[in-house]
Design a protein around this ligand. Structure first.
Ligand SMILES: Cc1cc2nc3c(=O)[nH]c(=O)nc-3n(C[C@H](O)[C@H](O)[C@H](O)COP(=O)(O)OP(=O)(O)OC[C@H]3O[C@@H](n4cnc5c(N)ncnc54)[C@H](O)[C@@H]3O)c2cc1C
Length: 413
């Protein structure tokens, strides 16, 4: 089993009473609750509040052996997985390595931009934003301060929208008090989105509500605009505009996490692997694929790279592996869409659940309640609730320590 993410954990749990020995390999020793990652990047939460060691989560499951290490190759012919710590042999293999940033081949941007896909990237971004304010406080040059205090977010999906909202509030409600001698009117938060609207996939009414809310928060929206390239500290946009900026946050695209270049031949759109309706890898019935890595198509549409899809697929694969062992026919997978939601800073969110659409305060409350329930442990739930309450009532974010060296731009993947 490769990957202790949302899909992988469901496979392991689904197999806990089966007559199998599961080896779970992940390059990190924790499971990450990605929906709150932007809150780590915007100084509201600490990493330990949104991630939990995989060993702790799975210690009650007797038939799983957790190993930390990176998978570097998958040899389908010899049924071996190569890791940086040595090979592992398998009878059945489940691949659930998730996804990474997609810069669509733009090397300059991939070198320069900060990603928001894992804890390391979120912390690097948090440090960068805080450093930019520290640097600006030393600068007597208004032009330089403008560059230091310009933050461009590329991509108007849920991650870009949520981070933009959280960053603008960090500036307006918290850093304003930390830096009384800085003129906050010099700070620019710019959100660049290629299409004409935000939150593609949400109902048009909700995506318009997101536009209104972000504008109200002072975020400059550039819709129908693409980030072209970045050289010499200048971001060139498709509308001909140039922005002098140090901090670019890339949330504009993802692609499946590559495990082995050899699997490339089996990939479809966004490098996801081609699977049968049973979630078996095309031509390799011993191998299953779940989550962002699985190129599952339903009713002609690829399934979304989202948690419910990964979890449902994970549970289904566990069932199918048990059927395979019992030599019963495998069942095709069918995705049930539970809805989507996103938050846009305090008091504002959007949620669509079945035929229902919510925006504004109600959308925000639904988002808060749902995510609090989903966080991985009771302790984390409690700590997060306190952090949110302190932020809400006292306009204070607890985690404003710069804990690493000033990170060089260029979080790459
Ligand atoms: C910032 C952010 C916010 C998001 N918000 C939401 C949301 O609100 N709602 C929602 O539904 N979805 C959200 N998503 C998407 C969601 O996180 C993914 O769809 C989901 O995590 C996919 O599950 P997965 O099991 O395929 O992969 P993941 O959960 O990403 O797990 C993959 C695992 O594989 C491991 N791995 C990768 N490569 C290797 C390797 N070579 N060797 C060993 N281990 C490896 C990784 O360390 C990771 O633990 C968000 C994603 C991000 C980045």
């Amino acid at each position: 089993m490769v990957g202790a993410g949302f899909g992988g954990l469901e496979v392991v749990r689904g197999l806990k009473r089966a007559d199998v020995d599961t080896v779970l390999v992940d390059r990190h020793n924790y499971h990450l609750f990605t929906p709150l990652l932007y809150q780590v990047a915007s100084s509201l939460l600490d990493p330990s509040e949104i991630a939990r060691p995989a060993r702790t989560m799975l210690r009650r499951i007797a038939n799983v052996d957790v190993r930390v290490g990176s998978v570097t190759r998958v040899d389908l012919d010899t049924q071996q997985v190569q890791t940086e710590n040595g090979p592992l042999e398998y009878d059945y293999l489940v691949l659930a390595s998730g996804s990474i940033n997609n810069f669509f081949g733009n090397d300059q941007l991939s070198q320069a931009a900060f990603g928001l896909k894992d804890l390391g990237q979120a912390l690097a971004l948090r440090n960068q934003v805080l450093w930019q304010f520290e640097r600006a406080s030393w600068s007597g040059d208004p032009q330089e301060r403008r560059r230091l205090l310009t933050f461009v977010i590329v991509g108007g999906g849920p991650t870009g929208v949520e981070y933009a909202g959280a960053l603008s509030e960090l500036v307006a409600l918290v850093l304003r008090k930390d830096f009384p001698y800085l003129d906050m009117a010099e700070v620019r938060v710019v959100l660049v989105e290629l299409t004409d609207g935000l939150l593609a996939g949400f109902a048009p009414r909700l995506s318009k509500a997101a536009v209104r809310t972000l504008r109200r928060k002072g975020i400059e929206l550039m819709l129908g605009v693409a980030a072209k390239d970045y050289t010499g500290g200048v971001l060139r946009l498709s509308n001909g505009q140039d922005l002098a900026v140090d901090t670019i946050v890339w949330t504009a695209g993802v692609r499946a996490a590559p495990l082995d270049p050899g699997l490339g031949a089996l990939s479809v759109r966004q490098d996801r692997l081609r699977v049968q309706p049973t979630l078996q890898l095309d031509g390799h019935p011993q191998v299953f694929v779940v989550g962002d890595l699985a190129g599952m198509v339903q009713d002609g549409q690829p399934l979304p790279m989202m948690i419910p899809a990964a979890q449902q697929e994970g549970r289904h694969v566990a069932k199918n592996i048990k059927r395979l062992i019992r030599q019963e026919p495998l069942l095709p997978f069918r995705y049930r869409d539970p809805g989507m939601m996103a938050t846009i800073g305090r008091n504002s969110g959007v949620a669509q659940v079945g035929p229902f659409r919510f925006s504004g305060f109600i959308g925000w409350v639904i988002w808060l309640g749902f995510h609090l329930l989903k966080v991985v442990s009771f302790r984390n739930r409690l700590v997060i609730l306190i952090a949110w309450a302190v932020d809400y009532l006292f306009y204070d974010r607890p985690v404003r320590l710069i804990t690493g060296p000033s990170p060089p731009p260029g979080r790459g993947l």
